[in-house]
Design a binder for this molecule. Structure first.
Ligand code: YOG
Length: 135
């Protein structure tokens, strides 16, 4: 059985999120809003087809992808860049590489003790977020 990411998850802890935003050249005012937000991830999973919604009172972001298929992603409302994203499995971990202007960019998702973990990487910065299940 592959890992099951589906569900509604609420941000519990966030490390180096502001540093990550800085690496993406997000301006000061937007960073201050972004780090104060409660974020919810709504994930639906059907085999290798995923839909990730990142929701907040400030902005929302949605990404639908199939594992193993390169997609053109535009990070609308985030840093507004065009990237080529590829998500693959590494054991039970989802690993996304985001090729574009920013070096060493990507994210990883995994589940540990019924918590959803997310590592966001840009250049030399690694942000670690942990989400707990909502209801
Ligand atoms: O998620 O790539 O789960 O798509 C935070 C990175 C803040 C806006 C979301 C809005 C944002 C300003 C990660 C926060 C960095 C900050 C709620 C999105 C840029 C600008 C949307 C992401 C992946 C993995 C799936």
């Amino acid at each position: 059985m592959p890992a099951d990411f589906s569900g509604k998850w609420i941000l519990e802890t966030s490390e180096k999120f502001e540093e990550y935003l800085k690496a993406l050249n997000i301006d000061f005012a937007t960073r201050k809003i972004a780090i104060s937000l409660s974020q919810t991830k709504v994930v639906t999973q059907d085999g290798d087809n995923f839909d990730f919604k990142t929701l907040s009172t400030f902005r929302n972001y949605e990404l639908a992808f199939t594992v193993g298929v390169v997609l053109d992603e535009y990070t609308k409302g985030l840093d507004n860049r065009n990237i080529k994203s590829l998500v693959t499995w590494d054991k039970d971990m989802l690993v996304c590489t985001q090729r574009g202007e920013k070096a060493n960019r990507g994210w990883k998702h995994w589940i540990e003790d019924d918590k959803l973990h997310l590592e966001l990487t840009c250049e030399d910065v690694v942000c670690h977020q942990v989400f707990k299940r909502k209801e």
